[in-house]
Design a protein around this ligand. Structure first.
Ligand code: PLP
Length: 432
């Protein structure tokens, strides 16, 4: 009761809002002043409004996790590991879980050892630790354009100079990457790392072709370019065959750092991801993690181990893929039916997102304001996936988090919004 009345009375500084920052301006570190929010996080509050259909988040379908399995796993943790699951654990994570991660990676053909794995608090921390370990203020980081909006606060926190390399339907344009590396070389600049999402890119929805993967790893070896391969979606595949990871193609040469997470194959609520990296890199990341949070949740790590011991995680992933394949198809069908002919979008073979681009002079940041107000539908505007102002005509649409009827209704609403904006633009500017 005491706690409740404290809450009601309210503590803190109610007169000071989050935007009332000027009094701290002289105190904030450069990295705090420079940090840019992730566009998708900004949209979380909006998306929680029940009348809004959100195609913005990257929410996996946690309803598909069977209730009886959940209960059995929690009971196993409770009876077998009560004290240890409530205890601190090693920074690198539980050994048994690292063994399971070796199994998960092997399922995609990527071989590693438990010793080469560091458990992180979600895939997000794996990105943070990668950037923290290598990037000083002003260092150049290469990333696809668009890139994962959630990586934006990591890049800006460590004051990286991000240079985007364009993509097409076969993923990162390796020819343009080479040109960029040559240009940087002439300026005497060595990029610290390339951050890439080869499988079912978030947000672009495309997958890097085998030929480009091979070429990228060759370049990494020849030029000693460190490649951070972020692979949360490799197993969320609806059609076609697995392609080898960059980690696998690197074949132990040590120029690829591999990141992944249980968020998309199990549940984001467990907040467990991982890094596989060469030992000297892993050691530095371990120290970074000691500073950040000592260790990831022992409770949820144990939950995953007990789950994987008792059940076939591949079956769960297959079940999820069936659900998402249908949702993707529903979204693609609805886009065909509802969008004006000038709108284009990617056709992902897996993952959770597609990327749609509107004709000139439409702007998706402006569209979002209208679409949420008048049609109660939300998406991530494309600018959130670039650090250089590009992406104004594009948007990320998620097909995993809403039911098929809601996806169809959401796209119908979005189609109305786009059509209205397009008509307005035609009235103002004539046919472009
Ligand atoms: C490309 C990419 N990397 C990392 C993450 C973060 O993963 P986690 O939710 O495990 O922190 C996401 C989540 O959407 C992602 O799409």
């Amino acid at each position: 009761m005491q706690a409740e009345s404290d809450t009601q009375r309210g503590h803190g500084a109610p007169g000071i809002g989050p935007r009332d920052a000027s009094r701290y301006d002289r105190l904030f570190a450069n990295r705090a002043a420079a940090v840019k929010s992730s566009a998708m996080r900004d949209l979380m509050a909006l998306s929680e409004q029940p009348e809004i259909i959100s195609l913005a988040g990257g929410f996996p379908d946690t309803e598909s996790f069977p209730i009886d399995i959940y209960a059995e796993v929690v009971a196993a943790v409770q009876t077998g590991f009560r004290a240890s699951s409530l205890q601190y654990g090693p920074t690198e994570g539980l050994w048994e879980l690292r063994e399971k991660i070796v199994e998960v990676m092997a399922h995609e053909g990527a071989f590693t050892r438990p010793d080469d794995v560091l458990i992180t608090t979600g895939g997000q921390q794996a990105i943070d630790l990668s950037v923290r370990t290598f990037v000083d203020p002003g260092d150049v980081v290469l990333a696809e354009g668009p890139t994962y909006p959630g990586a934006v606060p990591c890049f800006t926190t460590y004051e990286a100079e991000v240079e985007h390399v364009p993509m097409d339907e076969d993923g990162l344009r390796i020819d343009l990457l080479e040109e960029r590396l040559d240009t940087l070389d002439r300026r005497g600049v060595r990029p610290k790392l390339l951050y890439t999402i080869p499988n079912f890119h978030n947000p672009a929805g495309v997958t890097m072709s085998l030929e480009r993967r091979e070429r990228l790893v060759r370049i990494a070896h020849e030029r000693e370019l460190l490649v951070v391969e972020d692979n949360p979606y490799g197993q969320i595949r609806f059609e076609g065959e697995n392609l080898p990871s960059l980690w696998e193609l690197d074949d132990g040469e040590g120029w690829v750092i591999y990141l992944s997470t249980f968020s998309k194959i199990l549940a984001p609520g467990v907040r467990v991801g991982w890094v596989a990296a060469p030992p000297p890199v892993l050691r530095k990341m371990n120290l970074g993690k000691q500073a950040a949070d000592l260790c990831s949740s022992t409770f949820t790590q144990r939950f995953i181990v007990e789950y994987m011991r008792r059940f076939d995680w591949r079956e769960h992933v297959a079940r999820l893929n069936d659900v998402y394949r249908n949702r993707r198809d529903t979204m693609l069908r609805a886009l065909d039916e509802e969008m004006p002919a000038e709108v284009e979008w990617s056709h992902p073979k897996g993952g959770l997102f597609l990327w749609a681009t509107l004709p000139e002079p439409l702007d998706t940041t402006e569209l979002l304001a209208e679409a949420t107000r008048d049609e109660r539908v939300a998406f991530v505007p494309g600018r959130g996936a670039f650090l250089d102002g590009q992406g104004g005509r594009s948007m990320r649409l998620n097909f995993s988090g809403a039911s098929e009827p809601l996806i169809a209704e959401g796209i119908a609403r979005l189609g109305r919004s786009v059509t209205r904006q397009l008509e307005l633009a035609r009235q103002l500017f004539g046919d472009q």
